[in-house]
Design a protein around this ligand. Structure first.
Ligand SMILES: Nc1ncnc2c1ncn2[C@@H]1O[C@H](COP(=O)(O)OP(=O)(O)OP(=O)(O)O)[C@@H](O)[C@H]1O
Ligand SMILES: [Mg+2]
Length: 279
């Protein structure tokens, strides 16, 4: 339902996304992973109309929608969430989502927009907080609010950018169940996430970006076994690591334990983004 051909975005001399092509089929959850700065959000920004591509094309059901502004894409059935949540802070939870319903595909009067906003809030499980101010919500609930506002526009394609960032494992699992539920009732999903466990659990296909370029694409299994992906992103297990306990103690003791230093010399996981959005 969505085809991306040779999409490229330059910021000055920096190619944030370069020559990326892929096809998302209706009913899929299509994932994107890659290190910080790989170009995932920029890719979403081009598809959702926040940035115009430098070159390349975006086609929705065969129609060229390249460079359409966001409001027009929402009417085409494409909605997105933001990596760094963007609630209308002074407004209630219900009013935040009502904005999505009002400016979405169905539009309509205040009453029907409010009804659709309530449906979206029920779906994400925020219906008990309709009258709360958006800015007092927990991180997890602000992420759900992003999803609800996008859902209220009645999308056929939903772009979710790191909706599990900063969530606990239980909250992440609940969010993944929500994504499956949204997909099962007919909305196709494109999903960026750093958490490899989450993305491999929920996606039908995954595209790996590295320095703005497509490094690999395939099923979660294919991706996890691709040597290029392991080297660039997933990382091999530390030398000598066999899953057994090596050391235990205070942080200082563990850091100074020779056995620990030899087995686990400071391998680092990809950094989750907590700062400001780039848009
Ligand atoms: N508006 C902008 N102006 C200039 N450079 C930008 C802009 N937006 C993104 N970039 C740069 O483009 C590159 C890709 O950034 P992008 O935010 O798309 O990466 P990402 O894969 O989403 O990273 P993260 O995992 O940290 O969210 C980075 O080098 C970033 O600094
Ligand atoms: Mg990003």
């Amino acid at each position: 339902m969505l085809e991306v051909r040779n999409l490229t975005k330059f910021f000055g001399g920096l190619a944030a996304v370069r020559d990326v092509s892929f096809e998302v089929r209706r009913g899929q959850i299509f994932g994107f992973i890659g290190p910080n700065g790989a170009g995932k959000t920029t890719l979403f920004n081009m598809i959702a109309g926040t940035y115009k591509p430098t070159s390349g094309q975006v086609l929705s059901c065969g129609r060229n929608i390249t460079g359409y502004p966001s409001f027009r894409l929402v009417h085409e059935g494409i909605a997105r969430t933001h990596q760094v949540v963007r609630p209308f802070r002074a407004m209630t939870v219900l009013d935040n989502v009502r904005v999505g319903a009002h400016f979405g595909r169905q539009g309509g009067d205040h009453k029907s927009a409010a009804d659709r906003a309530m449906d979206a809030l029920r779906e994400v499980g925020l219906h008990h907080l309709t009258d709360s101010s958006a800015h007092v919500l927990s991180v997890g609930n602000q992420k759900k609010l992003e999803v609800a506002r996008a859902l209220a526009t009645d999308p056929e394609l939903l772009l979710c950018d790191e909706i599990c960032g900063g969530l606990t494992r239980a909250e992440t699992d609940a969010m993944l169940d929500l994504l499956r539920q949204i997909r099962d009732r007919g909305t196709t999903i494109m999903y960026v996430e750093h958490d490899v466990r989450a993305i491999t659990a929920v996606c039908d296909r995954i595209l790996v970006l590295n320095y703005g370029k497509k490094l690999s694409e395939g099923t979660p299994n294919e991706i996890q076994l691709d040597p290029a992906v392991i080297e660039a992103y997933l990382g091999a297990a530390p030398k000598g690591w066999n899953g057994k306990e090596v050391s235990e103690g205070t942080p200082e003791k563990v850091q100074n334990d020779p056995a620990d230093i030899e087995t686990y010399p400071g391998a680092s996981a990809p950094r989750a983004k907590t700062g400001t959005d780039d848009e």
